[in-house]
Ligand binder design. Structure first.
Ligand SMILES: [Zn+2]
Ligand SMILES: [Zn+2]
Length: 247
């Protein structure tokens, strides 16, 4: 108990979403736990959008479980995680994602967990692969075997943010390669990513995995972007999402 207090005094734990100091047993502060932009059941279960973009973009994955809308404090927390070295956020994000998997894909048995891979040059420039850290924590929380060397990113693509929705899909064609198709054949796979915008990245990965023989490809993402016309949330699932910011 003394050590824990000493540790908290020297290295206080902060809420990733607002920065306030929180007890070590919690993953977020209570205010954020109650008010984060959780998605609701009105989104398409496959593309995680409303209005649905499955037809327009030829979605071939089988389902998506998003946790948050990509807005406000969630945007900032993800940015700090990816670009400002806040690696310990991986455990917080993984806790939310594991809960989304349990809720949305409760009847499914996953064989492998595959994080969206980075190109080696991008990994070198960033200094670490943030999705590997997130996937490792998610694997230990869900018990799904992690496989982060089965698929590689072989094409260094333009930044997706600078492209239109249609350009994003063309940009990613032939971007990934499955180096161990024998590990994929007949398997039900969970892909994890941080943000789903048009879904071009995870859809291209799902296409490759299915071509390699996957029986099913599902996706869990920390956040999905919200269409500007999306109606205001009327039912909050905040109460279910961890009272006192705990899981
Ligand atoms: Zn907070
Ligand atoms: Zn859809």
């Amino acid at each position: 108990m003394i050590w824990r207090r000493l540790l908290q005094a020297i290295y206080p734990q902060h809420c990733p979403f607002c920065g306030v100091i929180i007890p070590r047993a919690q993953i977020t502060c209570q205010t954020c736990a109650d008010s984060l932009p959780y998605v609701d059941a009105r989104l398409c279960p496959v593309c995680s959008k409303r209005p649905c973009i499955c037809q327009e973009h030829h979605f071939c994955l089988d389902g998506t479980a998003p946790v948050f809308f990509y807005t406000g404090s969630v945007c900032r927390a993800i940015l700090h995680f990816k670009k400002h070295g806040k690696r310990y956020y991986a455990d917080v994000f993984a806790a939310y994602m594991a809960k989304a998997v349990a809720e949305k894909f409760s009847g499914l048995q996953f064989d492998l967990l595959i994080p969206v891979p980075m190109h080696p040059a991008d990994r070198f420039l960033r200094g670490y692969a943030h999705m590997d850290a997130l996937a490792k924590s998610l694997s230990s929380r869900t018990g799904i075997a992690l496989s982060n060397h089965t698929v590689r990113k072989i094409k260094r693509t333009k930044k997706q943010q600078s492209l239109s929705a249609h350009e994003r899909f063309y940009n990613l064609q032939q971007a990934f390669q499955c180096s161990k198709p024998q590990r994929i054949k007949g398997k039900t796979i969970l892909v994890c990513d941080d943000v789903l915008t048009t879904g071009a990245t995870v859809n291209e990965l799902a296409r490759l995995l299915k071509q390699s023989g996957a029986a099913g490809v599902y996706v869990v993402v920390l956040a999905t972007t919200q269409h500007p016309s999306y109606p205001k949330r009327v039912v909050s699932s905040a109460g279910k999402r961890g009272e006192n910011g705990q899981f």
